[in-house]
Write a protein that binds this ligand. Sequence first.
Ligand code: GLU
Ligand code: ZN
Length: 497
Amino acid sequence: MADTPTSPVRVRFCPSPTGNPHVGLARAALFNWAFVRHLGGTFVFRVEDTDVSRDSQESYDTLLDVMRWLGFDWDEGPEVGGPFGPYRQSERYDVYADVAERLRESGRAYHCYCSQLELDERNERARAAGRAPGYDGHCRALTSAQTDSYVAEGRKPVLRFRMPDSPIVFDDLVRGVISFQSEHVPDYVLVRANGHPLYTLVNPVDDALMEITHVLRGEDLLSSTPRQLALYDALAQIGVGSGDTPRFGHLPYVMGQGNKKLSKRDPESNLLAYRDRGFLPEGLLNYLALLGWSIADDRDIFTMDEMVAAFTIDRVNPNPARFDARKCEAINAVHLRLLPVEELARRVVPYLQAAGLVSEPVPPQALATVMAAAPLIQERMTTLGEAVDMIGFLLVSEEDFAIQPDDAAQLLNSDGLEVVRAAYDALSFLAEWDTSSIEAALRTRLVDELGLKPRHAFGPVRVAITGRRISPPLFESLELLGRERSLSRLRDAADLS
Ligand code: GLU
Ligand code: ZN
């Protein structure tokens, strides 16, 4: 491979723990992880929790939980530690204070005393005069007398980075050569007047100190790249980090409904919802991989091992990707079908427990039922959570068994109840309670003798037995439910009238 790096590759996944983890985060983690696992490098997980107003411990815990659920492992980061820790930025403030001071001493950053009002006014004037808005360099070269008078006024300075006056050009791993003119990238704030360091400082400082070699992140961050590149240069100059600037690759936008960028607040972004509905992590990740990457032109389904083996950045497509919830479900359904049935049963159990259908620890009888039912539903499922409605009728206690009112209204009318009574008669003296005997008895009585179409014959029986119009195959369901419970449900349904 042409681009095999000579030094060890180190990537970072560095989310901020705000709100619920979203699809964009998972895709960034996935691309970094596949990239670095393919090359045998180091996956660093860093938590960017310096925004005290937005970050929370709860979001942090959820983030780790979701990362584990998705099956990611990290070589350095929370809970595993590593040589460049701590990996939570909230534990690194002294590092940032030190670097900020050294940047100021070196002249690459300077104190800016402008008030917000002054900045706004000057911006307004620039706009009116047809010049680009943004910081105008007012405090770049203050005399000590000017500084003294600002200090005497009680002003507290921010620390601003001095952008170079030359254009910034870099070779993006996904999009090729990109250049930014300096007038479009004004000097920017690194540290607030209250001493609080900003993302603009802490993210590149940690990338430098943690010796990150490749930054793969969303295109929404492209505009911060020229500023960060200039800052890496300054950091190298003052001896922070290894001195090597990481290579950048910007992953394509993901478009949601109505051709708008998928936002982290859109419901289809919420990773917890995928877990709650019972997506398989391997199904969801397979789909997220397709948001900007492909393993081959005519292939959608692959495992994470296959992705790692195949992942190269040159197959990342710079064009926006479209988030298609239906396709995500379809891919998950394929992964569900690929599971061995015992594994499917094992993964379904927590969803049945959450619905109160199976207790904890799992009683052997319940497990046996789920195992027996799993082959009946495997082909019909899109998510694990659907098992609750599909096989709940086998697990629910007879007191709690209830027929869906809409389905009863439609199918258990007077004709339907006749059918249920006939089914009860046909089954009540059956010698063998197995699928083929059950099927033969019902077909003889309902289809041959009563002359019903199969749909009219079996629909009412299905509703009486499973509580729903949609269920696993009927004869197998009857066998699994057992003679006694089946007959009693038919009897109860017939008595509804
Ligand atoms: N903490 C930043 C974010 O979540 C990281 C951005 C980056 O990858 O540089 O947006
Ligand atoms: Zn200023």
